[in-house]
Design a protein around this ligand. Structure first.
Ligand SMILES: O=P(O)(O)OC[C@@H](O)[C@@H](O)c1c[nH]c2ccccc12
Length: 270
């Protein structure tokens, strides 16, 4: 069997000695047509994987920036079927791994088994469900496994060590290490403060370890990219989309911001 897009991407980057850059955007912010253009711009600017949020009315792990993005997407009429159709269109042009991120309720309403099949058919590589603890994900995990979609595990500094090592050992795709407690976009990451934990996690995880929460500048991305396999940038990018969403400058601004982040994780001057 051929290896998946996530694994192939991390293998390629490991050979280059480079951390992966994973930009996060909310699908449908400000419209799905715009998101499609944004994804192509992200890839052209050096994004290695894409984390695509599906909007939800009660995104309790998100701070004001991503909450507002979710609201804009819902106001634009964004639905899960529409997002999967958009991913399928994107998939005709790029092999970039795409991770869908969101809350369980919309997936439950869609139907977990049908969702797993449709997501795989659209070209989705991984699913991250913020409010579904792995211990309770048994049913959907089976459907995802059958469809070939990785269920991404979230760990945080408050995950007890015994649970963290158990979950990391069964990780698929990559582990997402949340750099701090609280909501997205709230504070700046303390790279020095998480380095040991991330290195320990990498030592017993069979899959790469990505770090997200509070990475908003090229300097943050560079310091975390020194020890993490991937860095996730969400709120800072969503702010660019918020500022330029309907203007003709949007794609140029997004491209410039993301090129700077990618240069930083390559270890070059941004
Ligand atoms: O916004 P930040 O601080 O850059 O953090 C990444 C984050 O946005 C993205 O991965 C994400 C958005 N919503 C989430 C909910 C839970 C975990 C992660 C996320």
């Amino acid at each position: 069997m051929s290896i998946g897009r996530i694994e192939a991407t991390f293998k390629r980057l490991k050979q280059l000695g480079e951390a992966a850059l994973i930009p996060f955007v909310t699908a449908g912010d400000p419209s799905l047509e715009r998101t499609e253009e944004i994804i192509h711009t992200l890839v052209d600017a050096g994004a290695d994987l894409i984390e695509l949020g599906f909007p939800f009315s009660d995104p309790m792990a998100d701070g004001p920036t991503i909450q507002a993005a979710s609201e804009r997407a819902l106001a634009a009429g964004t639905t899960l079927p529409g997002i999967l159709q958009m991913v399928a269109r994107v998939r005709r042009h790029t092999n970039v791994p795409i991770i869908l991120m969101g809350y369980y309720n919309p997936v439950f309403r869609y139907g977990a088994e049908r969702f797993a099949k449709d997501a795989a058919a659209a070209g989705v590589d991984g699913l991250l469900l913020v409010d579904l603890p792995p211990e309770e994900a048994g049913e959907i995990h089976g459907f995802l496994r059958d469809a070939g979609v990785n269920l991404i595990t979230l760990l945080s500094p408050t995950t007890p060590p015994e649970r963290a090592s158990r979950l990391a050992a069964s990780g698929e795709g990559f582990i997402y290490y949340v750099s701090m407690t609280g909501v997205t976009g709230a504070r700046q990451v303390d790279a020095g403060g998480i380095e040991t934990a991330v290195r320990e996690l990498k030592a017993f995880s069979p899959v790469p370890v990505a770090v997200g929460f509070g990475i908003s500048t090229a300097a943050d991305a560079r310091s975390v990219g020194r020890f993490a396999d991937a860095v996730v940038v969400g709120s800072a990018l969503v702010k660019v989309i918020e500022a330029y969403g309907t203007s003709g400058e949007l794609l140029v601004q997004v491209g410039t911001f993301v090129r700077g982040l990618k240069s930083a994780v390559r270890g070059q001057a941004a």
